[in-house]
Design a protein. Structure first.
Length: 225
């Protein structure tokens, strides 16, 4: 039981993971008609298959970041999860209420190599729908903010710099692999900026958590008369 109480903060993560995957899977299977997303900048961004590497590294980046804070610091973990889960929920709501998609993917791969094979694999697994805002971009920014704002990395400039490079590479990869429109990227930045202010600049959500916990820890009759 001691491990349950020690790691009980995993419960919200597991519950939300099930909800998110179920909801997203339903959207992927049922979306037939959608609003086409396209901006002029999309036509100037070339397809570059090598960017599939940072695109795939996103899965490792997010998982490792969340896992690190899960075991290292509950406050940082709470902030990180709040940032990620809020954006992911907004994404699900937008995709449900305003189905969207794009026609940016190349019909025929311009080259034949291991990178185009990986891109084709992603294309088969992920339909070009439910794209706005880009969760790849939003969560990458969220993980980078979590790392740079954590006291545990205050004296680790190398890790923070590596996080920045990976974050930028992932963001670019969403457009160079033609997985997202530049519009998806821009709206993800806007949403991330708002959440950054709430979670890291003003600490609104963390203060709410601490106030809630302090009220429940307070024993009846302990207040001064």
């Amino acid at each position: 039981m001691k491990y349950f109480f020690k790691y009980k903060h995993a419960i919200p993560l597991l519950i939300y993971g099930i909800i998110y995957l179920t909801w997203f899977g339903h959207l992927e299977r049922t979306v037939k008609h959608y609003k086409l997303i396209h901006v002029a900048l999309d036509d100037y961004i070339p397809f570059c298959e090598v960017f599939i590497i940072p695109y795939l590294l996103w899965f490792v980046y997010v998982a490792v970041t969340v896992a690190y804070f899960f075991f290292k610091d509950k406050d940082d973990y709470f902030k990180c999860c709040t940032f990620l889960f809020t954006g992911m929920t907004v994404f699900l709501l937008v995709s449900t209420l305003f189905p969207n998609g794009h026609h940016l993917r190349p019909f025929i791969m311009p080259r034949d190599n291991i990178f185009t094979d990986l891109v084709a694999m992603i294309y088969r697994a992920d339909t070009p729908t439910n794209l706005w805002p880009s969760i790849h971009v939003y969560n990458s920014l969220g993980c980078h903010f979590a790392i740079t704002k954590s006291r545990h990395f205050a004296n680790h400039k190398g890790i923070r710099f590596a996080s920045l490079i990976l974050c930028i590479s992932i963001i670019l990869s969403t457009m160079f692999t033609k997985q997202h429109s530049a519009f998806d990227v821009m709206t993800a930045f806007i949403m991330a900026a708002i959440m950054y202010l709430l979670v890291y600049r003003f600490d609104i959500l963390l203060n709410m958590k601490h106030n809630y916990e302090s009220k429940h820890r307070r024993k009846p009759g302990s207040e001064a008369l």
